[in-house]
Design a protein around this ligand. Sequence first.
Ligand code: AMP
Ligand code: MG
Length: 427
Amino acid sequence: MGAEGTAKFGRTGVTVEEAQRRIAERIGIGCTGTERVGLLEAFGRRLAEPIFADAPLPHFRRSGLDGYAVRAADTAGATPQSPARLRVTETIACGAVPAADVAPGTAARIMTGAAVPEGADAVVMLEMTEAEDRDGVRFVLVGKPMEPGANVAGIGGEAETGRLVLEAGSVVSAGETAVLAAFGHSVVTVARRPKVAIVATGAELLPVDAPAPLAPGRVRDSNSAMVAALVREAGGTPILWGAVDDDPSAAAFAVRSALAEADAVVTTGGVSVGDYDVMTDFCRTWDGELLFDKVLMRPGSPTSAGVRDGRPLFMLSGNPGACYVGFELLVRGALLLMQRSSEPAYRAVQAVLGEGQYPGIALRRYVRGRCHSENGTLVVVPTGADKSSHLVSLPGTDCLIVVPPGGRGVRAGDAVSALVRRHSPFA
Ligand code: AMP
Ligand code: MG
């Protein structure tokens, strides 16, 4: 074997955790910067700044019900047989300011969300009262004693001024949108989406619209589209750079120009030790910093990554299953970090393997799976044949089942660890 062969085969693998650490160390949190967008455009984005309550919520004593604002002391000892009879002084609509305080012996009709007048310290539900009209004077009968504070949301009861209500890095979803709206954020500062260029390599690749039947040995470039979807899921903007032949100079040109334009570049294919593995060749002469060229995992052990001027270059395997796993383990977290999200992309959970049998091999294995709960136990089931070349088993994947290296492996019924997507209901 010549020097070239030795270099190709002499890769020293790093663990997935070490690979993640090296990437995280080189790319800055929030390195893509921030931008201001309208509240509705902020959906799905990550907040660049924490949001603090700049006023108490609610900022007035708010009625929780339709009913009557009363002084709790006036209802002491009330029973259905001997109700408290209170004179009704006014009706307070939502958004209105009470005309007067509630004096002893009186009550105010009040709507849900309206301001509770001074003097009153409880609201009696309308259904628990009876109205009475005596010669044009309105009364309300209350048949049970009220606790002070009942059905009244106090000032700052939800959030005191200065309280952290949304953390930086939070994904803006419906609940976050409500909080932003309630505190007056019609424009929101979010992390700029990382622009991720996707370069597919392989002389066999055809465009997605290539009509059947395909020539023998040719395949449609499914990785570019799949990686674009993964980039979107991770909050980035994919830029399809197209497919390049297994020609070292064409691949090098594509990767260099992509790196000059994008915040990150993901390549697929050409990274193992075949004769036409253009990314392996590219790494040998690249002026960027190579972070690793082998990861102790299956699938996708030749997965490599480097960085140049703070911009990461992820070189994923071409096999669709390996490409998917490589992205999920190494790229997703990096894109989140670039958007200020310091939470891990995944959560490791304990589960029971629902189906299948996997021998312990030399490398830690990640099996694409799906989670569900059975009588309170989390069960993970492989999505199909776990071949790195298979892609029809990719749909529906929501976790990666971890098969530790060596030993007897795992089989159905065993406790296993699984990496569950952060926003999965099972995470
Ligand atoms: P490679 O990693 O380049 O050795 O490719 C491994 C396998 O993945 C080969 O069978 C390729 O045809 C397939 N492959 C590589 N790139 C793609 C792609 N962009 N879309 C679909 N399959 C691919
Ligand atoms: Mg190839």
